[in-house]
Design a protein around this ligand. Sequence first.
Ligand code: PLP
Length: 385
Amino acid sequence: MTHYLDNAATTRVRPGALEAMLPLFTETYGNPSGAHRMARLANHALDDARDAVAVATGAEPGQVVFTGGGTEADALAIRGVIDAAGGVPVTTAIEHHAVLDPVTHLGGRVVPVAADGRIDLDALEATLTEVAATGDTVSVVSIMTANNETGVIQPLRETVEVVRRSAPDAAVHTDAVQALCWVDLAEAAATVDLLSISAHKFGGPKGTGALIVRNGVTLAPLLRGGGQERDRRGGTQNVAGIAGMAAAASETVAERSAALGRVTALRDRLIEGIRGAVDGVHESGVGADADRSHKTANIAHLCFEGIESEALLFLLEKNDIMASAASSCASGAQEPSHVLAAMGVPRHLAAGSLRLSLGYDSTEADVDAVLDVLPGAVARLRGQG
Ligand code: PLP
């Protein structure tokens, strides 16, 4: 039996999402921009999906722009503002590359985080003031809702307060790609200007996402042509994928409070079980008090002294446990994760990182399997087993 503990990478498609998608491939497959009955039916499916995504994200239907996933939603938020308004983008050092790369490519500024993985708000304020002093304008500030490696949740409201005070012309974007399952986005949507989601992180299909664009924010489209999405994203919509995303979003939100309790208990049993059985384990972004209230319910992120992630993942996979190190391995050379580096985790510890991420369908048996296998695997790699 396979134990899938990589839900931060992607999730199993929910049965309700699959059911919503199937007829749109084979029956109601008209082009939603067309004029005949089949086209109108596809367009109705798109309207229904837009309503559902708006409800799930605390937005209005007209604010939902469908995209080809989270990376595109992030790029549209950042590039879209800069292309329309000019100015400088600002972000944090622990963002996903989908945000970090466009910001650095556009000559933007990157703000540090504290050891617990949360943004340094004084440094943000100083950066915003510094940019203003040079005569430039900060036009977009992007801060993720929850981190994909560590699960650390950012202080969004406080960040927005600093931005409104020190860079009143800036739009605030949040990459909420990892958040919909575990964080109520209604508050975020009410305070920020732009918010990204991605369907495959919450039981929807890959390659489908949305950017919520608050009224009054002007974006230049990344893709022109066709006039779809009210000229904000050209191209025939992925109607089936979007309907799947909407069904998955509705189910996720309806089940969220029950899932939070269940998955938090699974995660805590997982972490406490590992810590009880293995020495030299460090939990990322968590101090000696083991307070995880600033983390999402689903991610256990641990660094093991004296081992390499790659070797540990190999032993876990041999025992049918799918996990990840959450460190990027671009050119084959194992580079420590930029997220851990930004949090000040020493290189030798970051080299032994492990991300176990739970999802809506994770079970006690998944936790049992890790607790059975992991202590022996770590001992073996340390030459103790
Ligand atoms: N942002 C975050 C925080 C993510 O975790 C991911 C995916 O790993 C993305 C953006 C990119 O989303 P997508 O895979 O839909 O392009």
